[in-house]
Design a protein around this ligand. Structure first.
Ligand SMILES: [Zn+2]
Length: 274
Protein backbone atom coordinates (compact mmCIF):
# COMPACT_ATOMS: atom_id res chain seq x y z
CA UNK A 1 0.00 0.00 0.00
CA UNK A 2 2.80 2.30 0.94
CA UNK A 3 4.50 1.77 -2.48
CA UNK A 4 1.28 2.54 -4.34
CA UNK A 5 0.84 5.73 -2.35
CA UNK A 6 4.35 6.81 -3.21
CA UNK A 7 3.64 6.20 -6.90
CA UNK A 8 0.43 8.22 -6.62
CA UNK A 9 2.33 11.09 -5.04
CA UNK A 10 4.90 10.98 -7.85
CA UNK A 11 2.12 11.01 -10.45
CA UNK A 12 0.44 13.94 -8.67
CA UNK A 13 3.73 15.83 -8.50
CA UNK A 14 4.30 15.10 -12.19
CA UNK A 15 0.88 16.52 -13.07
CA UNK A 16 1.53 19.64 -10.99
CA UNK A 17 4.88 20.19 -12.71
CA UNK A 18 3.24 19.77 -16.13
CA UNK A 19 0.47 22.22 -15.23
CA UNK A 20 2.99 24.78 -14.02
CA UNK A 21 4.97 24.34 -17.24
CA UNK A 22 1.90 24.82 -19.45
CA UNK A 23 0.77 27.86 -17.42
CA UNK A 24 4.27 29.30 -17.63
CA UNK A 25 4.44 28.96 -21.39
CA UNK A 26 0.99 30.58 -21.77
CA UNK A 27 2.11 33.56 -19.71
CA UNK A 28 5.24 33.71 -21.86
CA UNK A 29 3.33 33.99 -25.12
CA UNK A 30 0.89 36.63 -23.90
CA UNK A 31 3.54 39.02 -22.68
CA UNK A 32 5.59 41.34 -24.87
CA UNK A 33 8.37 39.43 -26.58
CA UNK A 34 11.17 40.60 -28.84
CA UNK A 35 10.34 40.07 -32.49
CA UNK A 36 12.60 37.96 -34.72
CA UNK A 37 14.73 40.95 -35.76
CA UNK A 38 15.27 41.76 -32.09
CA UNK A 39 14.90 45.48 -32.69
CA UNK A 40 11.31 46.01 -31.65
CA UNK A 41 8.34 44.49 -29.92
CA UNK A 42 5.47 42.39 -31.05
CA UNK A 43 1.89 42.77 -29.81
CA UNK A 44 1.90 46.48 -30.65
CA UNK A 45 -1.05 48.20 -32.24
CA UNK A 46 -0.37 49.30 -35.82
CA UNK A 47 0.37 52.96 -36.50
CA UNK A 48 -0.49 54.59 -39.85
CA UNK A 49 2.27 56.58 -41.54
CA UNK A 50 0.89 58.77 -44.33
CA UNK A 51 3.12 59.58 -47.28
CA UNK A 52 2.49 62.75 -49.23
CA UNK A 53 4.58 64.35 -51.96
CA UNK A 54 3.13 67.50 -53.48
CA UNK A 55 0.29 69.66 -52.17
CA UNK A 56 -0.59 71.82 -55.15
CA UNK A 57 -3.06 72.35 -57.97
CA UNK A 58 -0.98 70.70 -60.66
CA UNK A 59 -3.12 67.60 -60.84
CA UNK A 60 0.15 65.68 -60.96
CA UNK A 61 0.21 61.99 -60.05
CA UNK A 62 2.04 62.88 -56.84
CA UNK A 63 -0.24 65.78 -55.92
CA UNK A 64 -3.15 66.38 -53.67
CA UNK A 65 -4.74 69.81 -53.93
CA UNK A 66 -4.46 72.21 -50.99
CA UNK A 67 -8.22 71.88 -50.57
CA UNK A 68 -8.03 68.08 -50.42
CA UNK A 69 -5.13 68.32 -48.01
CA UNK A 70 -7.08 70.68 -45.79
CA UNK A 71 -10.08 68.32 -45.83
CA UNK A 72 -7.83 65.43 -44.88
CA UNK A 73 -6.20 67.32 -42.01
CA UNK A 74 -9.60 68.50 -40.81
CA UNK A 75 -10.84 64.92 -40.91
CA UNK A 76 -7.91 63.70 -38.84
CA UNK A 77 -8.37 66.58 -36.40
CA UNK A 78 -12.10 66.02 -35.97
CA UNK A 79 -11.52 62.32 -35.49
CA UNK A 80 -9.01 62.87 -32.71
CA UNK A 81 -5.91 61.72 -34.52
CA UNK A 82 -2.73 62.99 -32.91
CA UNK A 83 0.32 63.52 -35.07
CA UNK A 84 3.53 61.99 -33.75
CA UNK A 85 7.23 62.35 -34.56
CA UNK A 86 9.47 59.55 -35.81
CA UNK A 87 11.22 59.67 -32.40
CA UNK A 88 7.92 58.84 -30.73
CA UNK A 89 7.34 56.05 -33.23
CA UNK A 90 10.81 54.62 -32.53
CA UNK A 91 10.36 54.74 -28.75
CA UNK A 92 7.08 52.92 -29.24
CA UNK A 93 8.48 50.24 -31.56
CA UNK A 94 11.68 49.66 -29.60
CA UNK A 95 10.57 50.04 -26.00
CA UNK A 96 6.78 49.97 -26.13
CA UNK A 97 6.63 53.60 -24.97
CA UNK A 98 3.04 54.75 -25.02
CA UNK A 99 1.59 56.77 -27.90
CA UNK A 100 -1.57 58.89 -28.02
CA UNK A 101 -4.80 56.96 -28.59
CA UNK A 102 -5.00 57.57 -32.33
CA UNK A 103 -1.44 58.24 -33.42
CA UNK A 104 -0.55 59.14 -36.99
CA UNK A 105 2.79 60.05 -38.55
CA UNK A 106 2.51 62.41 -41.52
CA UNK A 107 5.43 62.33 -43.94
CA UNK A 108 6.31 64.13 -47.17
CA UNK A 109 8.95 63.04 -49.66
CA UNK A 110 11.24 65.18 -51.85
CA UNK A 111 10.89 68.58 -50.11
CA UNK A 112 8.72 70.47 -52.61
CA UNK A 113 8.20 74.19 -52.13
CA UNK A 114 4.46 73.58 -51.80
CA UNK A 115 5.12 71.69 -48.56
CA UNK A 116 6.14 75.06 -47.14
CA UNK A 117 3.67 77.34 -48.94
CA UNK A 118 0.58 75.09 -48.93
CA UNK A 119 0.83 72.18 -46.51
CA UNK A 120 2.67 73.81 -43.62
CA UNK A 121 0.11 76.59 -42.90
CA UNK A 122 -2.69 74.01 -42.90
CA UNK A 123 -0.79 71.71 -40.55
CA UNK A 124 -0.07 74.61 -38.22
CA UNK A 125 -3.75 75.51 -38.21
CA UNK A 126 -4.61 72.06 -36.83
CA UNK A 127 -1.62 71.88 -34.51
CA UNK A 128 -0.14 69.01 -36.51
CA UNK A 129 3.47 68.11 -36.99
CA UNK A 130 5.09 66.23 -39.83
CA UNK A 131 8.30 64.82 -41.21
CA UNK A 132 9.82 65.82 -44.54
CA UNK A 133 12.47 63.83 -46.39
CA UNK A 134 14.59 66.19 -48.43
CA UNK A 135 16.86 65.75 -51.44
CA UNK A 136 19.82 67.90 -50.49
CA UNK A 137 20.92 68.79 -54.04
CA UNK A 138 17.49 70.25 -54.76
CA UNK A 139 17.35 72.47 -51.69
CA UNK A 140 18.02 76.07 -52.64
CA UNK A 141 18.88 75.10 -56.24
CA UNK A 142 15.61 74.16 -57.85
CA UNK A 143 12.83 76.76 -57.49
CA UNK A 144 10.26 73.97 -57.12
CA UNK A 145 11.86 72.96 -53.84
CA UNK A 146 12.20 74.54 -50.40
CA UNK A 147 15.19 76.63 -49.37
CA UNK A 148 17.30 76.00 -46.28
CA UNK A 149 15.79 79.13 -44.68
CA UNK A 150 12.30 77.78 -45.13
CA UNK A 151 13.39 74.40 -43.82
CA UNK A 152 15.01 75.98 -40.76
CA UNK A 153 11.85 77.97 -40.08
CA UNK A 154 9.77 74.79 -40.17
CA UNK A 155 12.28 72.91 -38.04
CA UNK A 156 11.96 75.57 -35.33
CA UNK A 157 8.25 74.81 -35.04
CA UNK A 158 8.79 71.07 -34.69
CA UNK A 159 8.75 69.77 -38.26
CA UNK A 160 11.30 66.95 -38.53
CA UNK A 161 13.63 66.66 -41.53
CA UNK A 162 15.09 63.42 -42.79
CA UNK A 163 17.28 62.47 -45.72
CA UNK A 164 15.99 61.41 -49.11
CA UNK A 165 19.56 61.31 -50.49
CA UNK A 166 21.55 63.89 -52.44
CA UNK A 167 20.29 63.19 -55.96
CA UNK A 168 17.12 61.11 -55.64
CA UNK A 169 18.52 58.18 -57.61
CA UNK A 170 17.13 54.71 -57.11
CA UNK A 171 19.69 53.20 -54.74
CA UNK A 172 19.45 49.75 -56.32
CA UNK A 173 20.82 51.25 -59.54
CA UNK A 174 24.00 52.56 -57.88
CA UNK A 175 27.33 51.04 -56.82
CA UNK A 176 28.02 50.48 -53.12
CA UNK A 177 30.32 53.46 -53.07
CA UNK A 178 27.75 55.70 -54.74
CA UNK A 179 25.08 54.54 -52.28
CA UNK A 180 27.31 55.40 -49.30
CA UNK A 181 28.00 58.82 -50.84
CA UNK A 182 24.27 59.49 -51.18
CA UNK A 183 23.65 58.43 -47.57
CA UNK A 184 26.58 60.23 -45.98
CA UNK A 185 26.73 63.43 -48.02
CA UNK A 186 23.02 64.11 -47.55
CA UNK A 187 23.36 63.34 -43.84
CA UNK A 188 26.31 65.73 -43.46
CA UNK A 189 24.73 68.52 -45.50
CA UNK A 190 21.54 68.37 -43.40
CA UNK A 191 23.67 68.36 -40.23
CA UNK A 192 25.60 71.41 -41.49
CA UNK A 193 22.46 73.33 -42.42
CA UNK A 194 20.17 72.35 -39.56
CA UNK A 195 22.62 71.83 -36.73
CA UNK A 196 21.90 68.17 -36.15
CA UNK A 197 22.25 64.92 -38.02
CA UNK A 198 19.08 63.55 -39.57
CA UNK A 199 18.01 60.34 -37.85
CA UNK A 200 15.58 59.10 -40.46
CA UNK A 201 15.77 58.18 -44.10
CA UNK A 202 13.32 57.51 -46.93
CA UNK A 203 14.34 55.43 -49.96
CA UNK A 204 14.08 57.46 -53.18
CA UNK A 205 11.64 55.77 -55.57
CA UNK A 206 11.09 53.24 -52.78
CA UNK A 207 13.79 50.84 -53.98
CA UNK A 208 16.13 49.05 -51.57
CA UNK A 209 17.40 45.62 -50.57
CA UNK A 210 18.83 44.09 -47.40
CA UNK A 211 22.37 45.20 -48.27
CA UNK A 212 21.15 48.79 -48.68
CA UNK A 213 19.27 48.54 -45.37
CA UNK A 214 22.58 47.65 -43.70
CA UNK A 215 24.29 50.61 -45.35
CA UNK A 216 21.55 52.97 -44.16
CA UNK A 217 22.05 51.61 -40.64
CA UNK A 218 25.83 51.95 -40.82
CA UNK A 219 25.47 55.56 -42.02
CA UNK A 220 23.86 56.25 -38.65
CA UNK A 221 20.18 56.45 -39.53
CA UNK A 222 17.83 55.02 -36.90
CA UNK A 223 15.12 53.91 -39.32
CA UNK A 224 14.11 54.07 -42.97
CA UNK A 225 10.76 54.42 -44.68
CA UNK A 226 9.67 52.63 -47.83
CA UNK A 227 6.63 53.07 -50.03
CA UNK A 228 5.40 49.59 -49.12
CA UNK A 229 1.73 49.94 -48.47
CA UNK A 230 0.83 49.15 -44.89
CA UNK A 231 0.88 50.27 -41.28
CA UNK A 232 3.84 50.12 -38.93
CA UNK A 233 3.59 47.68 -36.06
CA UNK A 234 5.49 45.25 -33.90
CA UNK A 235 6.46 43.08 -36.85
CA UNK A 236 7.85 45.98 -38.86
CA UNK A 237 11.48 46.12 -39.94
CA UNK A 238 12.90 49.47 -38.75
CA UNK A 239 14.80 49.82 -42.04
CA UNK A 240 11.79 49.02 -44.19
CA UNK A 241 8.89 50.80 -42.54
CA UNK A 242 5.53 50.75 -44.28
CA UNK A 243 3.60 53.84 -45.33
CA UNK A 244 0.21 54.71 -46.79
CA UNK A 245 0.67 56.71 -50.01
CA UNK A 246 -1.72 59.64 -50.26
CA UNK A 247 -1.88 60.91 -53.77
CA UNK A 248 -4.11 60.47 -56.76
CA UNK A 249 -4.78 57.19 -58.43
CA UNK A 250 -4.13 55.04 -55.39
CA UNK A 251 -7.14 52.77 -55.27
CA UNK A 252 -5.63 50.82 -52.41
CA UNK A 253 -6.49 53.63 -49.99
CA UNK A 254 -10.03 52.47 -49.68
CA UNK A 255 -9.08 49.21 -48.03
CA UNK A 256 -6.69 51.00 -45.67
CA UNK A 257 -9.29 53.33 -44.30
CA UNK A 258 -11.85 50.59 -44.03
CA UNK A 259 -9.31 48.69 -42.00
CA UNK A 260 -8.32 51.73 -40.00
CA UNK A 261 -11.76 52.82 -38.91
CA UNK A 262 -14.20 50.17 -39.97
CA UNK A 263 -15.74 52.82 -42.21
CA UNK A 264 -15.08 54.01 -45.75
CA UNK A 265 -13.38 57.21 -44.71
CA UNK A 266 -11.27 57.37 -47.85
CA UNK A 267 -14.19 58.96 -49.58
CA UNK A 268 -14.40 61.46 -46.75
CA UNK A 269 -10.74 62.25 -47.20
CA UNK A 270 -11.45 62.83 -50.88
CA UNK A 271 -8.87 60.29 -51.92
CA UNK A 272 -10.97 57.80 -53.85
CA UNK A 273 -11.68 59.69 -57.04
CA UNK A 274 -12.14 56.99 -59.61
ZN1 LIG B 1 11.07 60.81 -53.63
Amino acid sequence: MLIIRKQQIYILLGIIVMLLFVAGSRIGTSSVVASPNGSNLINLKDVPVLNYHKVDMLNHALSVSPQEFEEQMEYLYKNDYKTITPDQLMAYLKYGKELPDKPILITFDDGYLDNYTNAYPIMKKYGFTGTIFIVTNQVGHDPGFMTWDQIREMQQTGIVFGSHTVNHKSLTSLTKEQIMDELIQSRDEIARQLGKKPKYFAYPTGTYNSEIEDMVRSAGYKAAFTIHYGEVGGGSNLYALERIPIFKGQRTFRSFFIRLNGAPIFEELGIVKN
